[in-house]
Design a protein around this ligand. Structure first.
Ligand code: HEC
Length: 159
């Protein structure tokens, strides 16, 4: 009985290994584009360098058309998981296409950004575990919220 079980475990392990090796050969889609779109947020808003740096470090990997990948993106199924986050993040908010949003959508996204940053929900906790420099400290938080507020006020008076 025992040995039957052992044989089974061995088979499962071998099968898993085969699958793991096999999936490494499936090509990975990459979220990378060198093109600066006319709808990039920096083309529609004045984004000072320090604010841009924070957005790029803390948000762009999931919310733009250009992801800087970690080395472990070469390993499946990690790459799929990251791609899933990127697709989901981009569908909610894409800094590379912000300018193509309607006025109403821009406003609601600015509001959502402030909300997420204030509550510390973004960047995702799982992300800051691996990317410590993406954390938003009190000082950076104040800078970002201040900038978002300014744009929000402008967007409101703009109607
Ligand atoms: C690791 C990837 C990742 C990073 C980094 C990240 N986000 Fe997100 N973001 C997501 C995902 C996935 C969603 C959609 C699911 C959710 O809301 O949790 C999302 C959703 C959002 C939303 C929409 C929420 C809503 O309710 O409308 C906003 C706004 C947002 N993120 C802003 C930011 C900002 C600002 C940063 C940087 C400070 C950031 N995110 C960093 C992955 C990320």
């Amino acid at each position: 009985m025992k040995s039957v079980k052992r044989v089974l475990i061995k088979k499962v392990l071998i099968a898993s290994l085969v699958v793991f090796v096999g999936i490494q050969f499936i090509p990975v889609k990459r979220n990378q584009s060198d093109k600066m779109l006319p709808a990039d947020i920096t083309q529609v808003y004045n984004v000072p360098e320090n604010i841009q740096t924070i957005f790029k470090t803390s948000c762009y990997n999931c919310h733009s058309n250009n992801t800087i990948y970690p080395w472990y993106n070469k390993v499946q199924p990690v790459a799929w998981l990251l791609q899933f986050h990127i697709d989901e993040g981009k569908s909610e908010l894409n800094f590379s296409e912000f300018g193509s949003y309607s006025k109403r959508k821009r406003k609601s996204k600015l509001k959502a950004m402030a909300h997420q940053i204030k509550d510390g929900d973004m960047p995702l906790f799982s992300y800051t575990l691996m990317h410590r420099n993406a954390r938003i400290s009190g000082n950076k938080k104040a800078l970002l919220l201040n900038w978002i507020n300014q744009k929000n006020t402008a967007a409101n008076s703009d109607k």
